[in-house]
Ligand binder design. Structure first.
Ligand code: HEC
Length: 376
């Protein structure tokens, strides 16, 4: 027989669901199924992430988890960047989402490599897919300000393909049912997201039961069957989050990580590296990017327009551009150490602290630390 305490603790499943999420009803169905499996009552607390232009911050998640529920459903986690929110943990993934390739129905192209040289591909300003042109230099970016415009470009035939955040494709198709589009997952960095529930130490027991039920549902249960199977309209299962105002902002993942860490940004380089990098920047980069990194021929390399939360750069993304494409006049021409020191200087200029451990070439190449401007 169960002791009274644990029986009481297990007598309810308490979840928060984002009413602005396109999968709110699916999250609800999952919660009902898990509660039924556990044999407990279900409490659902609703919140609305669209109330907040900046997305839901770490502090708000903590508040939800401290006062309203044990689990927040429907949170997307960048598979290649991992999960970094202090004191908040994630359950097993119960769905997948991410950035997708959208082509007109009937197009033979299923991924970027299938597109002929010179193909124009629509993307939304300051989203991760802008980076994919670096590894696919034969494609031509066609940049739009909203996901709606990006999708419209492919729907009306002015471009052969588009790359957007998957959940917005679903809402676009719902609004424009005449558009015949096929959707495929992108095999690129920061394209794949797992959908998980979040919890704190307080909800650890509930999270464990939730995970156990997810296991028991797999593979024939609620989600796993549906998630991994692509429907006829393509990869459209993992609809999550906001469908209004151009869709859920995937950078929220970074924003929360960054909000969490702003008191204690990681120290990734040493002072002497940054000092050496300043001189090498002046010699090799300043002519195009400006002495204050303000941008001349090349774009600004510090400040909110460079490393914005929305652009969702990781240190490795910037380092890849720097070490492989720069200086634009002679790409890859500097020594590895020079690039590392210049990267240290860029981190310093964007508000990251120096520390006792030197940045290395491999470290910079592999660092998933979000690069977001922290200066004033
Ligand atoms: C001859 C001019 C020129 C020089 C020299 C040059 N760059 Fe660039 N850089 C550009 C241009 C133009 C772009 C934008 C187009 C592109 O991405 O190719 C750019 C883009 C970048 C970006 C991407 C910025 C973003 O927001 O996407 C970074 C980072 C960068 N440069 C760093 C450097 C560094 C570091 C050096 C020195 C090692 C350097 N650049 C030297 C012209 C230059």
């Amino acid at each position: 027989m169960l002791a009274h305490g644990s029986a009481a603790a297990a007598s309810r499943l308490s979840v928060c669901i984002d009413t602005a999420s396109v999968t709110a009803s699916r999250d609800q169905a999952l919660a009902e199924q898990v509660a039924a499996k556990e044999g407990v009552a279900l409490d659902v607390a609703h919140f609305d992430s669209s109330d907040d232009d900046d997305g839901v911050t770490l502090k708000e998640f903590k508040k939800l988890l401290a006062t309203r529920c044990d689990l927040v459903l429907g949170y997307p986690v960048d598979v290649s960047a991992g999960f970094a929110m202090p004191d908040i943990m994630q359950t097993k993934a119960y769905d997948q989402t991410g950035f997708v390739l959208v082509v007109p129905a009937g197009s033979p192209a299923k991924n970027l490599a299938d597109l002929p040289k010179g193909t124009k591909v629509a993307v939304t300003f300051e989203t991760a897919p802008n980076l994919y042109f670096l590894s696919h230099p034969s494609l031509t970016p066609d940049v739009h300000t909203t996901d709606g415009d990006t999708l419209k470009a492919v729907a009306d035939g002015s471009v052969a393909a588009a790359m957007v955040w998957q959940p917005t494709v679903r809402s676009y198709m719902a609004a424009a049912p005449a558009a015949k589009l096929s959707v495929y997952p992108l095999q690129e960095p920061h394209a794949r997201y797992d959908v998980v529930a979040l919890y704190t130490a307080r909800g650890a027991d509930e999270a464990k039961r939730f995970n156990d039920v997810l296991e028991s549902l797999s593979p024939a249960g609620f989600d796993h069957a549906a998630v991994h199977k692509q429907s006829s309209s393509g990869f459209d299962r993992g609809m999550i989050r906001r469908e209004n105002s151009g869709g859920f902002d995937p950078a929220m993942v970074y924003r929360t990580a960054v909000t969490a860490g702003s008191d204690a940004l990681p120290a990734l380089y040493t002072d002497s590296q940054a000092a050496a990098g300043a001189a090498k920047f002046a010699a090799n980069c300043q002519v195009c990017h400006g002495a204050q990194l303000q941008g001349l021929v090349g774009p600004a390399l510090k400040g909110p327009n460079f490393a914005s939360v929305k652009s969702a750069f990781a240190v490795s993304d910037i380092f890849m551009i720097v070490s492989q494409n720069m200086p634009a006049s002679n790409p890859g021409s500097l020594a590895k150490d020079d690039y590392v020191q210049i990267m240290a200087f860029l981190l310093q200029q964007n508000g990251y602290p120096a520390g006792g451990i030197a940045l290395t070439y491999d470290g910079a190449t592999n660092s998933n630390v979000p690069l977001v401007y922290h200066g004033q």
